[in-house]
Design a protein around this ligand. Structure first.
Ligand code: PHE
Length: 493
């Protein structure tokens, strides 16, 4: 067991005080601040070298008035003295001045002097009966002003002094320290050397490291929490998703937030009168309100596909396709707009790309919904890929995110066939949670773009995933940026 030199000094001082002392006395004796002393004492107590207990003590303390009387004398004493000086008899009013008593003090002094039988009053004249010797009260006042605190010795006069408001009894809690047997044994050894907390190059070169005592690290000591700058928790999850996709051989793509309805809807075989296009779901731009369509060949192929199925084998939607509707500018409602745009420019396999980015929907904001949020999107276009590959890739993606159990349900999207909805099991919630919609792009989507191989596609909200990972119940918390929450999200969950 190592005892630091400062601790050793405290033991020494305690032993010198008879092995037992009050903490404040010991602090005075060692010249160490009480708080510092107590931290050393705690360490000594932990090592079993010192015992500590608390003692409640009552002690007498002079009040302000008591202090004054201890200095000047009790009013009755001063009155009697003045009376004696004026020959044993005097007019009360004149005495007040010669005794140097205030009106209040004169009243007090007169009262007590009469009660004690020192004076007699007759017709406004005061006569001295006896010159008293120092009383017990006066002795007590003097003793108290000289530092006596012990109640035992004062027990006789204390009630009077208390009643007169000259003394009050206060309770004090003292820490009593006592050196133990083990503590005494430590003092038999020489005073220890200071521990070295930094091993310097100099200590190593000179070889002094051999003789010094190195301070041990306390690996259990709690550190002070630090709140350094950090990435936003949502960005951290995005980064993790990005890394997973990259690990799986995907490349990241981005696309415009302001998109034409053409790429957001038409290219995805979403009918022009589809309810999702309506104002309550999609934000349409007023200024500018229209954008450019791609090359005519692509536009015509898509128009024909909507009208009668073109060469895709489909019957189409059976209406007259409107280019003006397709030119309308919208805030991207899903990142599928971005993958389809990319696909149109990269019609040849293999294509393994993903996109994690913002999308917009005209939603009433509540604990589950935001009008601006993120989607995770991916497509795989490769020779001979199918639904099994799609489910395998998604399951692998979720597994890497920490979700072991995945299920797929049949679903519907205008642009995929078959379509599935994927759900993952959240052990924290004890429930299955829907994440990505997925499917294989229909020929109505791929053929007009000149894509000849199957395209696996999936997409879903990011925030719900972040909420699952961070245990957040209200989606708005993610973007409220409350410092307390931001700091509390563990960096290494
Ligand atoms: N775009 C769909 C959505 O916003 C998800 C999806 C993407 C579905 C790709 C199938 C294929 O919910």
């Amino acid at each position: 067991m190592y005892v630091r030199p400062r601790e050793w000094d405290i033991l020494r001082a305690l032993a010198d005080l008879g092995g037992k002392a009050r903490a404040d006395d010991l602090a005075r004796k060692t010249g160490v601040k009480l708080t510092t002393l107590m931290s050393d004492v705690a360490s000594l107590a932990e090592k079993g070298l010192v015992r500590m207990r608390e003692e409640t003590r009552r002690r007498a303390k002079l009040t302000e008035e008591g202090l004054r009387y201890a200095k000047l004398g009790l009013p009755e004493r001063r009155l009697v003295k003045a009376l004696e000086n004026s020959g044993g008899e005097a007019d009360i009013r004149s005495l007040s001045a010669s005794a140097g008593l205030s009106g209040e003090e004169l009243k007090i002094g007169l009262g007590w002097a009469r009660r004690k039988g020192w004076v007699k009053v007759r017709k406004g004249t005061l006569r001295l009966l006896a010159v008293p010797r120092e009383t017990a009260e006066e002795k007590a006042l003097r003793a108290l002003s000289e530092g006596l605190e012990d109640l035992g010795e004062l027990s006789q006069v204390l009630p009077v002094l208390e009643k007169r408001g000259l003394v009050e009894v206060v309770e004090e809690v003292h820490k009593i320290l006592e050196i133990t047997e083990a503590g005494l044994r430590v003092l038999q050894l020489p005073r220890p050397e200071e521990e070295v907390s930094q091993l310097t190059p100099e200590l190593i070169i000179t070889g002094r490291w051999r003789s010094i005592r190195l301070k041990k690290f306390n690996l259990e000591a709690p550190g002070t929490p630090v709140f350094p700058g950090r990435m936003h928790p949502v960005q951290e999850v995005i980064k993790e998703i990005r890394e997973i996709f990259l690990e799986m051989g995907f490349e990241e793509i981005r696309g415009p937030l302001v998109e034409t309805a053409f790429w957001n809807f038409d290219a995805l075989f979403t009918p022009q009168d589809h309810p999702a296009r309506e104002m309550h779901d999609t934000f349409y731009l007023l200024e500018p309100s229209e954008g450019d369509l791609p090359d005519l060949r692509t536009v015509e192929a898509i128009a024909k596909t909507h009208e009668d199925g073109w060469t895709t084998g489909s019957t189409g939607w059976g209406y007259k396709w409107d280019a003006k509707e397709a030119r309308r500018l919208v805030l991207r409602t899903h990142t599928t707009a971005t993958t389809i745009r990319y696909l149109a420019e990269h019609p040849d396999p293999p294509v393994w790309v993903f996109c994690v980015d913002r999308v917009y929907r005209n939603e009433r904001v509540d604990y589950k919904h935001l009008a601006e949020f993120h989607q995770i999107e991916g497509i795989v276009m490769d020779v001979g890929v199918g639904l099994r590959d799609l489910m395998g890739i998604l399951a692998e993606f979720y597994r890497k995110l920490g979700f072991e159990k995945v299920k797929f349900w049949p679903s519907y999207f205008p642009y995929t066939e078959p379509s599935v909805q994927s759900t993952v099991y959240s052990p924290e919630l004890g429930a299955w949670v829907e994440l990505c919609g997925a499917g294989i792009f229909r020929p109505e989507v791929t053929r007009p773009l000149g894509v000849k191989h199957p395209v696996l596609a999936w997409g879903g909200g990011l925030e719900r995933l972040v909420m699952l990972k961070l245990g957040v119940k209200d989606i708005r918390v993610l973007y409220r940026n409350e410092l307390g929450w931001l700091r509390g999200v563990p960096i290494c969950p």
